[in-house]
Design a binder for this molecule. Structure first.
Ligand code: ZN
Length: 562
C-alpha cells in the first residue's frame, strides 16, 4: 500500500535523459517506485497526458523574512517550486545580535527593496546564531523546503558592529567571523554568500558591510567553507564599473575558488542590446575558470526586461536623434510630420543603423502590445516586421500608419535584455550557467516579479521558441542546482529520493497576469503572479498545491547540509 500514486504521466526525471511514460508511487515522503504500478494507494492522481518532474529548486531567493509570515513562499509555491534557497547576495537575518537587528533590516530595505514596516513587524527574531535561525524556522509549519546560505553582511555585523560599515576587519575580528561561518556550516547551512556590488548600500546610505572586506578576510572565510567540505559560495558583484573593480572581482573569484575548492555561483549573464558582446566575454570568463578545473558557475534570468511605450508619450525612442526631434513637438504637429515620406525614410534608417544602444534596432523585435481600435485587434501581439510583410509595406509605414490611425494610442513593446534569441540560446545551453535569478521575495513593488522564472522557461523559451528540449530545461531547473548546492536527496525522480514533484501540462503551462495585493505585514503592497497549467505540487510526498490552491498541508522542511 502506497501513500500516493501519480498514474499515467510522462516522466521527466531531472537527469536530462529522454522522458518516458510511467507511474510514480510515494511512501513515507519518498519515491517508492517508478514504472507500471498496480498496487493500491491511499490516493491516486490521474496525471494522464501531463508531465511529471522533480520540483523546481529556486536557488536565488530573498525569502529570509517572508517565510516568517508566509510559510508557503508565495507566489513561488504556484510555480512548482518545492525548495527555496535563502541568504543570497551576502544578506541574511542570522547570525544577528539584538542590537544589530535594525542594521540588518536596513540592508534588505535598500538592496532588496522590501518595506521597512513589514520587516519590522514580521520578523520574530527568535535567534542569534545561524543554527538558532534554522531551529526556529524548523518549529514553523512550512509549505516548501528551505535551504540557507550564511550571509557575509550578517557575519561581519555580528563580529564588528557598526565598524563593519567603516573599515577592514582586524585579525581578531576575522577570527570571530571564521567561527560564525564554521558554526553556521556545522548547523547545516549550504554555504556562504558575499557581495561586492558597488551599487549595494544600506538604507542609511552606507555600503553594505561585505564591501569593506579585504582579500585576506574573504580568503579566510572561504577556507572555513572549504574545510566543511560542503556547500558553495555565492558571490554578487554587479556590473564591472571601473578597471579597479574588474581587477578586484577577478581576485575575489580566484581566491574564493582556490580556498574553497567548492562550487562558486557568481556572474549574472544576460544579453543586452546596449552592450551586445558583453555576454560572450562573460561566458568566456566562466569557461576559462571551468577549464582550469574550477567549479565556477554563472546564472542567467529567463525573464526579459520589457519596455512598453507609444508614440504619444515619446521617450522610448528618444536615444535616436530623428525620433527625439519629433517627441518635442505638440501632438498635432507630430502626427502631421509622421505622414511625411522623407521623414519616414530618415526615421527608418536611423532606427536600424548606428551604434549599439539600449534598443534592438530590429523591426522583428518590436511588437504591437495593445491597439486602440477594434478593427486592428488582430494586429496585437504581432511584430512590426510581420505586420509589414502581411500588409506588403515597409516596416516604418506599417508602424506609423497603424499608430496614426489610432491617434498614436497604439502601444508597442520591446525588450532591453534577453532579446537576441541566438545569444539567449547560447547562454541557456552553457553547462556552467544556471537558470534562475528570481530574487523571489525581494523587489516587492516590481510589476514583473521573478517567482515564475521556471514557468516562463517552460512556456516561452521551451514551448514557444523551442530553444531547448523540455528534458534539458527540467534538468537545468532541478538536478543542476540540487547537485551544485549538495542537496543530494532531491532534484531527481529516483527511488529512495525525497518525493518533491510537480505535475504540469507542457502545452498549457504559462504565467498568469501579475496582481497587486496588500498582504505584507502592516498592509504594505507587493506584486504576486500565479501560473496556469500546473496541476499538482508535491513536497516530501504530500500534495501542497492542488490545481493552484493550497491543500492546507505544510510538508516543507528546513534542509541541513550533511
Ligand atoms: Zn539577490
Amino acid at each position: 500500500m502506497y501513500d500516493l500514486i501519480l498514474k499515467g504521466g510522462r516522466i521527466y526525471d531531472g537527469s536530462g535523459l529522454p522522458s518516458f511514460n510511467g507511474d510514480v508511487a510515494i511512501r513515507d515522503g519518498k519515491i517508492a517506485a517508478i514504472g507500471r504500478i498496480s498496487e493500491a494507494a491511499e490516493r491516486v492522481l490521474d496525471v494522464g497526458g501531463l508531465a511529471v518532474a522533480p520540483g523546481i529548486i529556486d536557488f536565488h531567493t530573498h525569502f529570509d523574512a517572508q517565510l516568517w509570515w508566509d510559510p508557503l513562499a508565495s507566489s513561488s509555491n504556484e510555480h512548482g517550486v518545492t525548495t527555496v534557497v535563502t541568504g543570497n547576495c551576502g544578506l541574511t537575518l542570522a547570525p544577528c545580535k539584538p542590537e544589530d537587528r535594525d542594521a540588518l533590516i536596513g540592508t534588505f530595505v535598500r538592496v532588496e527593496a522590501m518595506p521597512r514596516q513589514s520587516l519590522q513587524a514580521g520578523i520574530p527574531w527568535q535567534w542569534s546564531t545561524h543554527g538558532e535561525y534554522l531551529t526556529a524556522l524548523e518549529r514553523k509549519p512550512l509549505g516548501v523546503n528551505v535551504a540557507t546560505l550564511i550571509g557575509h553582511c550578517a557575519v561581519r555585523q555580528y563580529a564588528m558592529g557598526e565598524a563593519s560599515v567603516e573599515r577592514e576587519a582586524r585579525d581578531g575580528e576575522i577570527a570571530a567571523m571564521e567561527e560564525l561561518v564554521r558554526q553556521g556550516m556545522a548547523a547545516g547551512a549550504f554555504g556562504f554568500s558575499t557581495n561586492s556590488n558597488q551599487s549595494h548600500f544600506r538604507e542609511d546610505g552606507r555600503p553594505v558591510p561585505s564591501r569593506f572586506s579585504s582579500l585576506n578576510e574573504i580568503a579566510r572565510l572561504c577556507r572555513v567553507v572549504g574545510e566543511s567540505q560542503r556547500g558553495l559560495v555565492q558571490f554578487t558583484h554587479g556590473a564591472f564599473a571601473t578597471p579597479e573593480h574588474v581587477a578586484h572581482i577577478s581576485q575575489w573569484y580566484d581566491t574564493i575558488l582556490q580556498e574553497t575548492r567548492r562550487p562558486l555561483i557568481g556572474e549574472s549573464i544576460r544579453h543586452r542590446w546596449s552592450e551586445p558582446e558583453l555576454w560572450r566575454k562573460q561566458l568566456r570568463d566562466v569557461e576559462a575558470r571551468a577549464r582550469q578545473g574550477c567549479a565556477a558557475y554563472a546564472m542567467t534570468s529567463t525573464r526579459r526586461s520589457m519596455r512598453r511605450w507609444s508614440l504619444k508619450d515619446g521617450g522610448r525612442l528618444d536615444m535616436i536623434p530623428a525620433w527625439k526631434k519629433l517627441s518635442a513637438l505638440p501632438l498635432a504637429e507630430r502626427m502631421a510630420k509622421l505622414r511625411d515620406a522623407n521623414l519616414r525614410a530618415e526615421l527608418a534608417q536611423e532606427t536600424v543603423e548606428g551604434d549599439p544602444i539600449d534598443f534592438s534596432r530590429r523591426w522583428d523585435l518590436i511588437a504591437v502590445k495593445t491597439v486602440a481600435r477594434k478593427e486592428n485587434r488582430s494586429l496585437a501581439g504581432m511584430s512590426i516586421a510581420a505586420i509589414a510583410s502581411a500588409q506588403n509595406k515597409s516596416p516604418i509605414d506599417a508602424m506609423l500608419d497603424l499608430a496614426l490611425a489610432e491617434n498614436l494610442e497604439t502601444t508597442f513593446e520591446d525588450s532591453t535584455t534577453q532579446g537576441d534569441e541566438q545569444a539567449v540560446k547560447e547562454i541557456f545551453a552553457n553547462p556552467n550557467v544556471l537558470l534562475g535569478q528570481s530574487d523571489a521575495g525581494a523587489h516587492v513593488a516590481s510589476g514583473n516579479p521573478g517567482f515564475g522564472y521556471a514557468t516562463l522557461m517552460l512556456a516561452y523559451w521551451v514551448r514557444e521558441r523551442k530553444l531547448m528540449a523540455l528534458e534539458d530545461a527540467i534538468k537545468k531547473l532541478t538536478f543542476l542546482p540540487a547537485s551544485i548546492f549538495g542537496i543530494h536527496d532531491r532534484g531527481l525522480l529516483r527511488r529512495g529520493l525525497a518525493a518533491d514533484i510537480f505535475v504540469f501540462d507542457p502545452a498549457k503551462i504559462d504565467l498568469a497576469a501579475p496582481q497587486k495585493v496588500t498582504d505584507l505585514p502592516e498592509g504594505a503592497p507587493r506584486f504576486t503572479q500565479g501560473a496556469k497549467g500546473i496541476y499538482y505540487t508535491i513536497v516530501n510526498g504530500k500534495v501542497l498545491m492542488d490545481n493552484g490552491a493550497h491543500s492546507g498541508a505544510y510538508p516543507g522542511r528546513v534542509l541541513r547540509s550533511r
